[in-house]
Write a protein that binds this ligand. Structure first.
Ligand SMILES: C[S@@+](CC[C@H](N)C(=O)[O-])C[C@H]1O[C@@H](n2cnc3c(N)ncnc32)[C@H](O)[C@@H]1O
Length: 274
């Protein structure tokens, strides 16, 4: 039994506060497709990661949290410049994949109840995940764990739909649910928050080379698709196969280059009284 009080239990926080867990379909989708996620989702552009590290003034002695770390795609890019990184990730399946590729501490926890002491972190970085959080609760927690002057960095790879086949791929994906990043809810919460300075932002180009089955599996690694039942999942995969086999930009190609625009943001903690 747990007391349910913050700081008095060793039970992972997402089991303690009902309603404060990982949102569906992230829990179901990422929980069942962590291996596909690791195999088929892109890294982040090196210049985008360097821009974040420079903007947040991070270095070898900085204490950094990679929040919603998943299989560690950002973490592995961070460790070379900021080796004192700790990952926070709620889902066991993602943590297991993480442990297979990285020797970095992973804490089980959620953004809305960080398993970290107050004021001891130089930066919290969040890759492809902030849109899943309850933004107000997460920002309160991020503000709590940051030292005075500490910062928050956010990064997302977004498909560049200026290419027709990529737009068609996106249409298939959107038939199964809206893209949460696009709602802008996460951004509204940041803009309204008195806890953090206005965002500084930059965009970068990125790309990922995959064979056509890799593109099919990258669709299957999206949480809303991974959360579908087996029949629906097969249907989506078949739709993508047909698109790739029939579209003039993709048919008969051994390698497909998926273009991305990487959206990157940083901000710093507002500290009243300093
Ligand atoms: C799209 S994945 C991104 C993983 C990794 N950061 C990356 O760049 O590949 C989203 C991650 O956010 C995590 N997540 C979802 N809701 C969360 C929450 N409330 N607190 C912390 N992590 C959460 C999921 O478990 C998942 O690992």
């Amino acid at each position: 039994m747990t007391s349910g009080k913050r700081g008095t239990t060793r039970t992972p926080p997402h089991l303690v506060w009902p309603g404060m867990g990982v949102a569906e379909p992230a829990a179901r989708g990422f929980g069942s497709a962590a291996d596909l996620y690791e195999a088929r989702r892109p890294s982040y552009p090196d210049d985008a990661v360097a821009w974040l590290v420079t903007g947040l003034q991070l270095g070898r002695s900085s204490r950094v949290v990679d929040l919603g770390a998943g299989t560690g795609k950002l973490t592995r890019q961070l460790v070379t410049t900021t080796p004192q990184v700790v990952a926070v990730e709620p889902l066991a399946a993602m943590c297991e994949q993480f442990g297979q590729v990285l020797d970095v501490p992973v804490l089980r926890g959620i953004a809305e109840a960080l398993p970290i002491r107050a004021g001891c972190v130089d930066a919290v970085l969040v890759a492809q995940a902030f849109h899943w959080f309850d933004p107000d609760r997460a920002l309160t927690e991020i503000h709590r764990v940051l030292r005075p002057g500490g910062g928050l960095g956010l990064i997302w790879n977004m498909r560049d739909e200026r290419q027709d086949w990529v737009a068609s791929f996106g249409e298939i994906r959107r038939r199964y649910g809206d893209i949460r990043y696009d709602s802008g809810r996460w951004r509204d919460a940041l803009a309204a928050s008195p806890l953090l300075q206005p965002l500084v932002e930059q965009r970068f180009s990125h790309q990922q080379a995959l064979d056509s089955e890799g593109v099919v599996e990258s669709m299957a690694s999206r949480s809303v698709i991974a959360a579908l039942d087996a029949d629906e999942n097969r249907t989506v995969r078949e739709e993508v196969r047909q698109l790739l086999a029939s579209h003039p930009e993709t048919m008969n190609r051994d390698v497909l280059v998926v273009p991305y625009r990487t959206h990157v943001y940083w901000t710093t903690k507002v500290t009243v009284g300093l």
